[in-house]
Each structure stands twice: as C-alpha cells, then as structure tokens.
Design a protein around this ligand. Structure first.
Ligand SMILES: C[S@@+](CC[C@H](N)C(=O)[O-])C[C@H]1O[C@@H](n2cnc3c(N)ncnc32)[C@H](O)[C@@H]1O
Length: 270
C-alpha cells in the first residue's frame, strides 16, 4: 500500500472508475446470478471495445481471481482488507456503517472482522449496517438499507435507528457514475465524501475511525487539513488492490477526538 505525500503527482485516469461503475451497475441490475463483479456473464456477446478490454482485464486480474476463490462479491474487498490489516481498525464488538456498500464486499469484510455473526463466541459480537442507492443482495449478519440515498437526512436517521448513540467505524466507498470529466467527477465524489464525513463527525465514538474514498483532485488537501486535527492519525492511502491507473485514494482517520466536537454538533441534522 502506498502512503501518499503528494497525491497531485500521480497520473489521473478515470477510465477504470467509469468502467467499474458501469460494470457494477450492470451486474447488480442483472440479478443475483450475475451480481458478483468478478462473475460477469461471459456468454453475452461483448458490445464494444471497452467491454472487450474490461473482460480481458478482469480475466488477468489476480484480485478478481482471489475474490472468486474467497467468495467476495467484488475485488474491492482487498482494498479494505489491506487498509484494515495495516491500521487495525475493526475489532470484534465494533459497530460499522458501510456507505456505498453494493454489491457488498466491504460489508462481507466488516461482518467478519467485527464478529457480527458471533461465530467466535468467546469474543464480542459487532454490528454492520450497509447502505446503497442500489440493491444489495442479503448478507448474513448485516443490516441492509438498499435503494437509499445516504445524502438524505431521512436515510441517515434510519441508519441511526439501527445503532446505539455512537458507532466505532464509518466507511465510505461511495462513488458517483464517472463522466470522465475530471473536475466534475472530483466535485461529485467530494460531495459524497463530505456527506459521510459530516455524519461520522456527529456519530463516531471517542477513538472511532473513518475511511472515505476520493478521486484525487483540488479538494484533497482542504479535506486532509479539515480532518487532521480531529484524529490521532490521519493518512491518505492507495491500497495495492486499487488500480494503478485510477485516481482513487482513501483518507483514513484513526482515533477520533470526539471530545473536540462541540456538544450541539453531536447529532445529525445540525
Ligand atoms: C465502488 S462501489 C462500492 C463497492 C463496495 N464497497 C463493495 O466492496 O462491494 C460505489 C457505490 O456507491 C454507491 N453510491 C453512490 N452514491 C451514493 C449515495 N448517494 N448513497 C448511497 N450509495 C451511493 C453506488 O451505488 C455504488 O454501489
């Protein structure tokens, strides 16, 4: 995993995000048999050069192969596994909110790491709540809120009704459908990131953690500066599983300083 000191130096291409978004939407729409992003329906005739390119890349991708072998719904699982292995964020007994969760691979990882199914009876049982605009096929141990826009206050209130007063971890892998226009796509993902961060700021427990996805761009440094004082450790990371040609990166805040947040801010909707 690369830790980025100057993310502006890296090449930026949104092609992979565009294709990923499209393929993901396709898989989810096609129903349970095909929702695994690494299990595209190869019987269908590819329609365009970009589909052919996408299929070829999927076939070669070691993370796609591992995701199939380990029953993860998407290769993205390995991004969260890498971040969690390195920073040790999720523990049995934790409550995790997973924003932008479809098809569900981050939620699968979270369910396992927080012991949401209580498979390890000697450890605390945690909780995972998954939210997405799209359909999320059921995941044992997780509360699913699909067809839900996380940016809406009513949806955030519904999330809160499933957890206690505070939560341990807020994850956001939310991404818009990329247009390929860098600045516009950056603005859109920043707005999703800010929605998750604003929510996290209200609800994270003392020493809680936040992971939010961004595509590199103008607002990164501003957000980094905004989050930095509120966490004991703040890093911008690019997991090895994140495609090199993608401008995707993750802002990881470990050890939330809730005591710095004003009491009137500790509720959503303020
Ligand atoms: C990269 S995918 C998430 C992949 C997921 N982490 C996994 O591992 O399976 C990004 C997701 O963000 C969702 N998304 C985008 N905007 C959203 C919003 N406003 N509310 C909820 N989900 C949103 C998209 O529908 C898409 O499923």
């Amino acid at each position: 995993m690369t830790e980025l000191t100057d993310p502006m130096e890296r090449p930026i291409s949104l092609l992979s995000n565009t294709m990923y978004g499209a393929s993901l939407a396709w898989c989810v729409k096609s129903g349970p048999r095909f929702w695994h992003t690494s299990h595209r329906n190869f019987a269908r005739k590819p329609k365009s050069a970009s589909s052919v390119q996408w299929l070829a890349r999927q076939e070669k991708d070691p993370y796609v192969k591992s995701a199939r072998a380990e029953n993860y719904r998407a290769r993205s699982a390995y991004k969260l596994l890498e971040i969690d292995d390195r920073f040790k964020l999720m523990k049995p007994g934790h409550t995790v909110i997973d924003c932008g969760a479809a098809p569900g691979s981050w939620t699968q990882v979270a369910v396992d790491r927080v012991n949401a199914l209580h498979t390890n009876t000697s450890k605390l049982q945690g909780k995972a709540v998954a939210i997405d605009l799209l359909f999320i096929p059921p995941i044992d141990g997780a509360k699913i809120l699909d067809h839900s826009d996380f940016c809406e206050m009513e949806v955030q209130q519904r999330v809160l009704s499933h957890v206690g007063e505070t939560v341990d971890i807020v994850l956001s892998d939310m991404a818009p459908n990329a247009t390929g226009m860098h600045d516009m796509d950056h603005e859109k993902i920043v707005s999703l990131f800010e929605s998750a961060w604003k929510f996290a700021r209200h609800i994270l427990a003392e020493n809680g953690h936040f992971v939010g996805k961004l595509w590199d761009g103008y607002h990164l440094n501003r957000l980094r500066k905004e989050l930095h004082p509120l966490f004991r450790s703040l890093k911008v990371v690019k997991p090895d599983a994140s495609r090199k040609e993608s401008s995707e990166l993750f802002v990881m805040g470990k050890g939330f300083k809730r005591y710095l947040v004003q009491p009137h801010e500790k509720q959503t909707g303020q």
